[in-house]
Design a protein around this ligand. Sequence first.
Ligand code: SAM
Length: 232
Amino acid sequence: MSYSVSPIGFVRSCFKEKFAIPRQPQLAPAARGVLELVPPFDQGEAVQGLEQVSHVWLLFLFHQALEDKPRLKVRPPRLGGNQSVGVFSTRATHRPNGIGQSVVRLERVEQGKLWLSGIDLLDGTPVLDIKPYVPYADSVADAVNRIADSAPALIDVDWQPAALAQGQAHEQRLGEPLVALIEQCLAQDPRPAYQVPAPDRQYGARFWDVDVRWHYPQPGQIRVLEVVVAES
Ligand code: SAM
């Protein structure tokens, strides 16, 4: 038996590639984007009332991780990438039907557009449904998850002075909290846990229209080296 679903909209996100996106929403409050609704949901009626809601659940497709053959076990980065567990005990992107869910802050509602922050979604993500967050039902005070029992530990992020000046200039140009976005995302330490970062090894990721490069001068510390406009 199969059912078909179709997107009600697509996310225009600060994240242009998967690397360095936080592993869950809310970890980078400066991560912003717009959910652009498609017809007939772009008429305003479908979102009427949402201005009374601070957060929404988004149900979406991991469109850049879809696979034909379902995996039963996965190796979540959270467990260092070398321990495998049942797919249903994780929030891994490779999963049956490729469906993700994130609670995100709803900053503003416009006809056909929802302005979001705290997102963990790649640019172009197809969204299947939106539901209001209901605090009394969705927040479970005595919930336990022994695989992911707390937010990931943060590491220090500092800047080469020239890189910070570049970041601040692009922040002004974009009208987006770019410096905070970079700090919040890199503090999650996007590097795969199995990689020991040599100080001369550089890493990079794209946020909005800029490429950010960084290295690890010592374990547990990131230094931002450069923030430059990305080549298309
Ligand atoms: N909060 C969601 C959930 O629990 O279903 C997503 C969790 S998943 C572990 C988060 C990761 O999904 C991000 O770090 C990013 O690399 C990846 N991701 C985000 N949007 C994606 C997309 N459209 N296609 C493939 N991977 C995506």
